[in-house]
Design a protein around this ligand. Structure first.
Ligand SMILES: [Fe+2]
Ligand SMILES: [Fe+2]
Length: 330
C-alpha cells in the first residue's frame, strides 16, 4: 500500500508511514514522573504538522534527539485543546539513506530571483565604499551560497532555507519606502545597512539540516558576528572613511532596538532608527502571516498566546473586513 502523502493533503484519520524532517523536538516528563512524552514538529516541503509520541522509552528518546530525518508511522488525529490536526506517532526510526534535501522547509519564492533582486539593489548604490562593501559579501561565491541557505530565524519569522534572503529583501524594500517618504534619510546608507543587517546569521545558524544555532551563534549572536564580519571587510577596502565605518557598525549593532533584544547599543542616528523599525515590521508581519496560515483550518477566533507579542491574535478579522468592503463597493 502506498500511503505517502504530503503534509498539506493530510486529513483526519489518515494513516501514514514515511520520512519527515524533524524541525523541533521537545520532551516532557509527566507529572507523576513515570513517563516522558515527545512533542515534535515535523515537516516536508509542503508544510509542517505537530506530532506527538506518548510514553517514549529512554533509548528511543536519545535516538530521536540525534535525528534530522525520521521514518514515522502514525495516524492523523485532532488535538484536544484547540482542535488542530496532529499526528499520533506509533513508531519512529532512522530514515533510510537517500536524498532527503527535498524535505527541508525552504522559501516558496525563487531563491535565484531573490538574489538577483538583491544584486539590482546593490547596483543602485552610488556611494563607492558602501557598494564595494556590499559586493565584498554578495560578490563572494562562498558567502553567497551560505546566504542563500540561511534562515532568518529559528521560529519567529522566515524560519526556513532562503528565509534570510527573503527577509533581507523585504527589509530593504520597507527602507526604500521610508526613503521616499523621508528624503532626509540617506538612501545609500539605509539600503546598504538593510542588506547587511543580518549577515551574521550565516554564521549564527547551522546551514545544513535542522535549523539550530551554532555554538558561535549561541555564544556571540548574529549582531556581533555580523559587525565583526563587516569590520573585517571594511579593513580591506582602501580609504573607507573611518566615520562612515563607525556609523555603519552602529546601525548593525543597534538594529534590534533594545538591550533586551540583544542590541548592545540603542539606535541613535536617523537611518539606524529607520532600520530598526523596518526590521521589526517585516519580522512581526511575517510572523503573524505564518501564524494565520498555520491556523487557517481551525475553527476558532483567537490564537493561542503568541510569546513574542505577549498576547493572542484575533484570527477572523478578514471575513469581517472583506464583507464590509463588498458593501462599500456596491
Ligand atoms: Fe537581526
Ligand atoms: Fe532582521
Amino acid at each position: 500500500m502506498n500511503n505517502k502523502k504530503k503534509i498539506i493533503d493530510l486529513s483526519l484519520g489518515d494513516r501514514i508511514n514515511q520520512v519527515f524532517y524533524i524541525k523541533e523536538a521537545e520532551f516532557r516528563l509527566r507529572r507523576d514522573g513515570r513517563a516522558v512524552d515527545g512533542f515534535l514538529k515535523i515537516s516536508d516541503s509542503s508544510g509542517e504538522i505537530e506530532a506527538v509520541y506518548w510514553d517514549i522509552a529512554d533509548k528511543k528518546l536519545k535516538q530521536i534527539e540525534k535525528m534530522q530525518f525520521a521514518q514515522i508511522e502514525g495516524q492523523v488525529s485532532k488535538k484536544k485543546s484547540g482542535g488542530q490536526m496532529q499526528l499520533s506517532i506509533k513508531s519512529i526510526g532512522e530514515a533510510p539513506d537517500s536524498s532527503l534535501e527535498g524535505l527541508i522547509p525552504s522559501t516558496k519564492l525563487d531563491i535565484e530571483q531573490l538574489m538577483q533582486d538583491i544584486d539590482s539593489k546593490i547596483a543602485t548604490i552610488k556611494n563607492q565604499y558602501l557598494r564595494e562593501l556590499l559586493l565584498s559579501f554578495f560578490g563572494d561565491p562562498i558567502l553567497r551560497e551560505r546566504f542563500k541557505k540561511a534562515p532568518a530565524a529559528k521560529k519567529l519569522h522566515q524560519a526556513y532555507r532562503g528565509g534570510l534572503a527573503e527577509h533581507t529583501l523585504n527589509v530593504s524594500r520597507i527602507c526604500e519606502s521610508i526613503c521616499h517618504i523621508y528624503p532626509q534619510v540617506n538612501r545609500d546608507f539605509l539600503i546598504s545597512a538593510a542588506l547587511l543587517h543580518d549577515i551574521g546569521k550565516i554564521e549564527e545558524y547551522q546551514l545544513d539540516g535542522i535549523i539550530e544555532h551554532t555554538d558561535e551563534g549561541k555564544l556571540i549572536g548574529h549582531i556581533v558576528i555580523g559587525t565583526e564580519m563587516v569590520t573585517e571587510k571594511i579593513k580591506q577596502i582602501k580609504d573607507f572613511p573611518e566615520d562612515l565605518a563607525i556609523m555603519f557598525k552602529h546601525a548593525l549593532l543597534s538594529h534590534h532596538g533594545k538591550f533586551e533584544f540583544g542590541s548592545p547599543k540603542l539606535p541613535s542616528i536617523l537611518p539606524a532608527i529607520a532600520l530598526f523599525y523596518a526590521d521589526d515590521t517585516d519580522a512581526k508581519l511575517n510572523g503573524i502571516v505564518s501564524l494565520k496560515e498555520q491556523n487557517k483550518d481551525i475553527d476558532k477566533k483567537w490564537s493561542e498566546r503568541v510569546w513574542w507579542l505577549d498576547r493572542p491574535i484575533y484570527l477572523a478579522e478578514h471575513n469581517i473586513i472583506e464583507e464590509s468592503t463588498e458593501d462599500l463597493a456596491e
